[in-house]
Design a protein around this ligand. Structure first.
Ligand code: BTN
Length: 264
């Protein structure tokens, strides 16, 4: 990443001076978390060329090879209690989709709640983490596969990149600048209609996984707290507010993630 180019693209934006571009790091989220604990200001961002310990949701790793993806973490200080931040990841998904659309002219879909998809392939994801007490800071981590054309065997049927799916070679600096601009007005956006329109999970069969076992359901809607409203075969409904969803038929039918899985 070219830090000076990114700063130039963010010319006059207050976050422009707060970006830090690194080479290889463990995880940009971990670096921003450490900065958050040292009272760094909102908008502090770390971008890396590669991550050796990139993290995803549910304890998964995020494949982060050198120079071909956008690995970005940003510190937000929303001044809201944690309960008012349930929609944060969904808001970020909308912000990233808008940025990708503006820079590349492509419309990504979102697999509830944080997977960014195109052509049935996962192009990226979002990992939001809260630190602090009653009014936490938020670390927003975004990973987007930009120019990878090869993936490790276990990801091959699941993952894609902007280049592999569209033929577009995107500038990581331009994409980062557009995302940072969107993130700086995250709470001013009416995110839910956009999110619903992009959410490929809706109308699909899902599997809800809890301590009691698994139940099939159909995903009906996304609520204003970004929960997934599902309906079970007996007609009962539940708003599922955390966990994982895998779309039946997405990422390859035989993959264990080929169903929506909702882990409670
Ligand atoms: C997911 O797919 O579950 C979320 C992936 C989030 C990956 C990004 S890359 C930048 C930031 N640093 C990390 O360690 N993770 C996030």
């Amino acid at each position: 990443m070219n830090e000076q180019l990114l700063k130039n693209l963010l010319n006059h934006h207050p976050w422009g001076e707060l970006v830090n571009c690194e080479g290889t790091v463990g995880s940009t989220n971990s670096l921003v978390k450490a900065l958050a604990l040292q009272a760094a200001p909102e908008g502090t961002a770390v971008l890396a060329d590669a991550q050796t310990a990139g993290r995803g949701r549910l304890g998964r790793s995020f494949y982060s090879p050198n120079g071909s993806g956008l690995y970005l973490s940003v510190l937000l200080r929303p001044q809201k209690p944690a309960q008012a931040l349930f929609d944060l990841t969904a808001r970020v998904a909308v912000a990233v989709c808008r940025a990708v659309e503006a820079v590349c002219g492509i419309a990504l879909s979102v697999k509830w709640v944080n997977d960014l998809c195109l052509n049935g392939k996962k192009l990226g994801g979002i990992l939001t983490e809260l630190v602090g007490g009653a009014v936490p800071a938020a670390i927003v981590g975004i990973g987007i596969n930009c120019t990878q054309t090869e993936f490790p065997e276990d990801l091959r049927s699941i993952a894609g990149s902007i280049l592999s799916e569209t033929g577009i070679t995107v500038s990581r600096e331009q994409l980062a600048a557009a995302i940072l601009q969107q993130l700086s007005c995250l709470f001013d956006v009416d995110w839910l209609p956009y999110y619903r329109a992009r959410c490929l999970t809706l109308g699909k069969e899902v599997r809800v996984i809890s301590a009691d076992g698994q139940r099939k359901a159909v995903a009906l809607d996304v609520t204003d707290t970004a929960a997934l409203l599902v309906e079970y075969p007996d007609g009962s409904r539940e708003a599922v507010s955390s966990g994982e969803v895998s779309v039946r038929g997405l990422y390859g039918y035989l993959d264990e993630r080929s169903y929506h899985e909702v882990k409670l």
